[in-house]
Design a protein around this ligand. Sequence first.
Ligand code: URA
Length: 420
Amino acid sequence: MNIIDIINKTKNKNELSENEINWLVKSYTEGEIPDYQMSAWLMAVRLNGFTERETLFLTLAMRDSGDILDLNSIDGVTVDKHSTGGVGDKTSLVIAPVVASCGAYVPKMSGRGLGHTGGTIDKLESISGYRTELAFSEFIDIVGRTGFSIISQSGNLCPADKKIYSLRNATGTTDSLPLICASIMSKKLALNADCILLDVKYGSGAFMKTPEEARKLADLMQNIGEKSGKKCRAVVTDMNNPLGNNIGNALEIKEVIEILQGKCRNKLYELCMELSANMLSLAGMGSYEKCRETAENAISSGKALETFRETVKLHGGDSRICDDVSLLPTARYSYEVRAVHDMKIESIDSQEIGMVSLILGAGRFAQNDSIDMTAGIVMNCTAGDSVSVDDTIMTLYSTKISDFSEASFRAVNALKFYRI
Ligand code: URA
């Protein structure tokens, strides 16, 4: 076998065999194929596509490039969830305690933010003392005790994806359905939960711009998950508005707690209930409707908040935030963006709002940048709302910058509105 034949086969739209794909992934991961040849092959896949059979073999080869977690010591059904990324996406932080408090187990590895989207791990690190890097044994112990734990991706999970993903980022080959599918699903399969819920987003700020494109990716990922022996379901959800009112690390934890306290019933709450019900029904806990009721009860009874509190405590975090969100870090500076006319907000460019949050210090431009846990945005409006002159549309927060001119200019331009 050799790489030139493999590049030519994909270039000429001839299907690769399982053996060829296994050889390609193994040889690239071990450094036997140089980046320039792998880049040529990735571009051939990006331009010509890949069959579902090839995508399955690629996913499995990437999964098998490293460790596969052994979750057998967890005495119950394990459920994992993946969201394809968004602005203000804190759903995992609500869903994991809800689902855990209803009897399923959620062992979760999450990532850090890069660019306009935030990362669950950065958000958790805004809680004083919260440890996101745990030994596997402690991770499993916490999942067994409270029902969920969220830690940063660690260990030797999918080293092939690490290499291929960074090469895709540098070669214009990120926007390929089979490559996205193999990248996401290989990591989910290596984590090895019994059930996987996939939340595929469309709209501004998402990889997929239309519901149709998102459905295609969702169907592909669900098929690959099922063919790999998992119970798998994919839902398609809207990312045309930032998710919830708050964007930025500590601000998002505050909103999570307010939802878990039952004080906040916004669109984010609705989405979290939809995703929780899907996870619970996938885990065999009844029909979607019954599971939706169970999830809502977990919030209204306070059970989900207690589960969150216990997990935060076991991770070394300050669990007093569950009763008093003012203990979360707060920004030194703030700036209110106000309406200059009576107006109707037609749409919000989520990606641009994510960029504003980044400028305020809530995210990273480059992998090793430090972040300002207090920075971010509180939105007071959503697409479709009418606002009156002088109403505060959103408030910007930062400890890193006190000059809000660029951020506020871009924040206003992220809104499409007309005067009323
Ligand atoms: N997330 C991933 O992990 N991989 C992709 O290719 C896209 C999103």
